[in-house]
Write a protein that binds this ligand. Structure first.
Ligand code: NAD
Length: 279
């Protein structure tokens, strides 16, 4: 495993598993299976409505809590709620969160940020993240918040490598967690000829070549999968390295193409979307 050292000194595993679009029972099984195969970073969110299953998967795995890097995200409708972080801890059945994000840049994000800062000072949150924040709000947070954010979580893959954002991250030492690291499984991306060629060279799958590209680009990855074989495969990317020339070849597939665009209308909808209880 390789680790990213955050700008507050914490060490974050560079590969893990995300449990987006899983029921609590599916998240429980995926988390247990991932932890048992050596994965140590788990990414969930209030909005995935499976934090309780994620917590059960952690307990069932038998892996010590301090050996796990647990990431979750506050949903906009609870940003201003004083008990939101306590309730999150309760669902996850844990005393602390390694990295807590604000999930969406809704108008009330500043209040949410202050609640996370308070929990950070109390030791209940070990690092602060901003997810899906546009560059101007990211800069505002860096310039105005007492505790600077440590990590951003954004869509990133070879079709959209986040070149502009990376300049801000380099200035501030913030880390990047790449969501949709495999383009949400898009066959066009996964089957790009350069990945097939390198997969044959290294005896790896196309997905593993893409994930290795992320690691060497400094991106933390947490591909989604319910398939134990894929979960193991996605983690088996630390025994080879792409050359500088191969990294440069992969850079050529950049299409400036996002799969998801957060329009102002969509963000306004998120601000009103009430959380449903976990099952
Ligand atoms: P992904 O890019 O990880 O792709 C997942 C798809 O690829 C699935 O269809 C899966 O079956 C397939 N796949 C996984 N491993 C494979 C392999 N080895 N070979 C072939 N196919 C494989 O997209 P995702 O799962 O949607 O996103 C990953 C994580 O990102 C989510 O679980 C979630 O935690 C996070 N996420 C965050 C946000 C956000 O707003 N912060 C948004 C979307 C997703």
């Amino acid at each position: 495993m390789e680790y990213l050292t955050l700008n507050n000194g914490s060490k974050m595993p560079m590969a893990g598993i995300g449990v987006f679009m899983m029921s609590p029972a599916e998240a429980e099984a995926a988390v247990e299976s991932a932890l048992k195969s050596g994965v140590r970073l788990i990414d969930t969110a209030n909005g995935y409505m499976n934090e309780s299953g994620t917590g059960r998967g952690i307990k069932k795995s038998g892996v010590d809590r301090e050996d796990i890097f647990l990431v979750t995200k506050l949903w906009p409708t609870v940003y201003e709620k004083e008990t939101a972080i306590e309730e999150t801890l309760k669902r996850l059945d844990t005393d602390y969160i390694d990295l807590l994000f604000l999930h969406q840049p809704t108008d009330n994000w500043r209040e949410g940020y202050k609640n996370i800062e308070k929990a950070y000072k109390e030791g209940k949150v070990k690092a602060i993240g901003l997810s899906n924040f546009p560059e101007e709000l990211l800069r505002e947070a860096i310039e105005t918040m007492e505790i600077k954010p440590h990590v951003v979580q954004v869509e990133a893959h070879p079709y959209f490598p986040q070149t502009e954002l990376k300049k801000i991250l380099a200035e501030t030492g913030m880390g990047l967690m790449a969501w949709y690291p495999l383009g949400h499984g898009d066959k066009n991306l996964v089957n790009e000829p350069i990945f097939t060629e390198l997969a044959a060279k290294y005896g790896k799958s196309n997905a593993q070549i893409i994930l290795r590209w992320h690691i060497q680009s400094g991106n933390v990855i947490f591909p989604g999968s319910k398939n134990p074989d894929h979960i193991r495969e996605n983690f088996d990317i630390f025994d080879f390295a792409l050359t500088d020339e191969e990294m440069a070849e992969i850079a050529k597939v950049d299409k400036g193409m996002r799969y998801y665009t957060a329009t102002p209308d969509l963000i306004a909808q998120y601000a009103k979307m009430e959380l449903q209880p976990d099952l």
